[in-house]
Design a protein around this ligand. Sequence first.
Ligand SMILES: [Mg+2]
Length: 253
Amino acid sequence: MKLQNSGEMPHRETAHSTFLEVMFIFKERSQEHMIKGILFDVDNTLIDFYRFKEESCNAAIDAMINAGLRLNKTRAKKDIYAIFQKKGLEYPKIFDDFLMKTEGRVDYRKLARAIIAYRNRRQRFIKPYTGVETTLAKLKKKGLKIGILSDAPRLKAWMRLCTMGIEDYFDFVVTFDDTGQRKPHPKPFAQALGQMKLRPEEILMVGDNSKRDIDGGRKLGMHTAFAAYGSKDRTSKADHTLRKFSDVLKMVR
Ligand SMILES: [Mg+2]
């Protein structure tokens, strides 16, 4: 189908785009009525995970430098992110490995200072995106079922939700520990589906990762909304794109 006309038949172009608009509105409306439950990813969907990770690591690096680490900040940051790249952003022994690599041993004075600085800074930066809490309250008021579907370890996911003080909005929390599989594997989605007690076409999956959240949700027949505001992905195959968190309200009645 040709979306743009060459210009010789303007009336056809207008008719065509009007037709597309009507179809789009029809699609939006029909979806509005179907959504009875929403599944949210956590990191970079509810919370700016990259920012809190970066801020916390900066604090840890400063603390290690203050404790005598002979490395400049830029280099330290590069080395730490290289370890994250290999072992994952949730790797718990990040500073042990970093000190071992840099100094050939783990100096516990530096390690302890790094961990304390990291935790203190993290506490300040675990904040939901603008509008998260008011939007969740509105969704709850509409009687929707709301759940969490996260690849984070169970305790970390809960700690983040509780730090933000939004844990009570969710009817259930499904994490990596529940199935041993990560999105887009169908297992975590199936687990969440069981908790929702709804049909896949009645559920909206909201997430920032086009492959894990969006493709994963689509595979099970769920509606999908791409959290573009928190994503590093440019595009997705999602039914909707969210420019801000509260846009999710447009997808429900
Ligand atoms: Mg995410």
